[in-house]
Design a protein around this ligand. Structure first.
Ligand SMILES: Nc1ncnc2c1ncn2[C@@H]1O[C@H](COP(=O)(O)OP(=O)(O)OP(=O)(O)O)[C@@H](O)[C@H]1O
Length: 223
């Protein structure tokens, strides 16, 4: 890559399983220095969209462009993009210290803010609780050296104080990265995001102009 990535656009994403249309010509744009929220009902296709942007899910059609240039397999481009899936992905046999070393992330720096990461540094991933493991995985992805980060439900399994701490880390990292944030903690997503997309069942994104009202109108929130 000959220039610093600053925009990542995913365009015309079309995905269906048999006759079930999940994504129909979806467009979404990320910019470094900004947090972009993604909301939608259960089963509307948010996780599929994130996997498609990464290049991890075969689609009928899609175009992912970095600074206007087509990228065939984003996940293969060094330093371009990191993705937090919903499921655990770090090998259980590694210790916290080993996994941070493996990702090239400075554990000591993180441990100053996250006491847990210091306390459990020699613990194996497989022996952590669900929430502890989730926190380690989020921090690995968020703190990795990449221009863009896709976060699929980062706040699930975390206790409120960790959610608060993590919001601050997401804000800090967004100063130099473009972050896509998908989570059902919609207030947190709205608070953090510079712009918010809603994925309609049936597969189109719309950018919300008045998020709270729009979400009520679309049945995502109660009146
Ligand atoms: N590999 C697959 N094969 C067939 N159908 C799939 C596959 N993966 C996902 N789906 C279907 O695609 C739809 C969208 O799933 P997805 O996980 O993207 O939804 P989501 O918006 O992330 O939901 P949630 O908010 O509940 O996490 C669902 O109906 C799901 O059953």
């Amino acid at each position: 890559m000959n220039c610093e990535p600053s925009t990542l656009e995913a365009d015309g994403i079309w995905l269906q399983f048999g006759n079930q249309k999940i994504l129909q010509s979806v467009y979404i744009k990320l910019e470094t220095g900004r947090i972009t929220g993604l909301l939608g009902r259960n089963g509307s296709g948010k996780s599929c969209l994130l996997k498609s942007i990464m290049g991890l899910m075969p689609t009928e059609w899609q175009s992912v462009r970095m600074n206007g240039q087509f990228v065939e397999k984003p996940y293969q481009q060094p330093g371009l993009i990191r993705y937090l899936p919903q499921h655990p992905f770090v090998p259980p046999s590694l210790t916290i210290q080993a996994v941070f070393d493996w990702y090239g992330v400075n554990r000591d720096e993180i441990a100053q803010e996250y006491a847990l990461i210091d306390k459990l540094k020699n613990q194996r991933i497989g022996k952590l609780s669900g929430g502890e493991r989730r926190l380690v995985e989020i921090l690995l992805i968020l703190k990795s050296d990449s221009a863009f980060v896709l976060l699929d439900e980062p706040f699930s399994h975390l206790m409120p104080v960790q959610v608060e701490l993590l919001q601050e880390t997401i804000r800090q990292e967004s100063r130099r990265k473009g972050i896509l944030l998908s989570d059902h903690l919609y207030r947190t997503v709205l608070d953090l995001s510079d712009s918010v997309y809603y994925l309609h069942p049936g597969g189109r994104t719309i950018r919300l102009a008045s998020p709270e009202q729009d979400l009520k109108d679309m049945g995502y929130l109660n009146y």
